[in-house]
Design a protein around this ligand. Sequence first.
Ligand code: AMP
Ligand code: MG
Length: 324
Amino acid sequence: MFACLTAGCGAQTNKYSESFDAMDTFMQVDVYGDEQAMKDIKAEITRLDGLLSTTGEDSDVSKINKSGSATADEAVLGLAEKSLDLCRDTGGALDITVYPVVEEWGFISKDYKIPDEKTLSDLLQLVDHNKVAVKDGRITLPKGAKLDFGAVAKGYAADRAKAILDSSQSDSALLNLGGTVLAYGEKEGGKKWKIGIADPENSAGYMGYITCKDKIIATSGSYERCFTGDDGKIYSHIIDPKTGVPVDNGIESVTIISDSGALSDALSTALFVMGREEAERYHKKAHGGFNYIILTSDKKAYVSGGISESFTVADGYDYELIVL
Ligand code: AMP
Ligand code: MG
């Protein structure tokens, strides 16, 4: 941890920073003006990681997955309820019970393989968010089913961090939770934050930027975790819960910008599964509750109208911008 002074207009505010590994990714927390808030955020994210991990022996999620039913922390119950709402609302494009299929493809063990059809259709019998029960502090699954909050957890962590900041002395912070970004308040000097959108072909680079304040930005990319099968095809970690097969619909990434981390994270995954046109219909139905940027392999950037003014394609990138 280190603190430093940042230059801005008017008074200078101490910046408190910490970086750490959690939720299988790298996290960077920068909080201005309140060191305790920074520490509390790190502690809360670490705690959530311990509760939600599918691989950690003692996590709430592991206990539920092993025994089919277990009591859970208030944070896990809250995330389960929120996620199940979003599973229903997206017509099952998001499904927090897809884990047995994700495992079979080797995305957890990294021992990748293309499952045979019979195995896949057997496993698909276990995938159904409608059969998850959250009641009296307990989560119960049908026999053999398994939960995975991987598509929503980082966004939910951003929401919990935002709640800590809301009751802190800080009115400015930037959190990068493995690509899910909380842009809290404004930068010093009253400027908006400038958030890079990863280049799908080189995720260390940025194909564009959005400027914003008080938003949570989540991206799902086919490039993030993928493998090349014996058939030469590239398989990504985002699975269509209806077929059990990694999505291959021409989308390279979906970025969602909204006031809610859980919503941004859940929808980045769900709109990826829906595909470009269904995503557009879903967005119209949601009446502006979020904005999106969809990048496709034919170098098009589909951008919802509400964000078009704050989105810029970076120099040297030849994306065709389509505002919807
Ligand atoms: P994200 O990076 O937020 O899109 O989340 C992707 C992760 O969520 C994957 O690595 C899987 O563990 C899991 N996942 C994959 N497909 C789905 C899906 N359709 N619904 C819910 N979780 C999924
Ligand atoms: Mg997601």
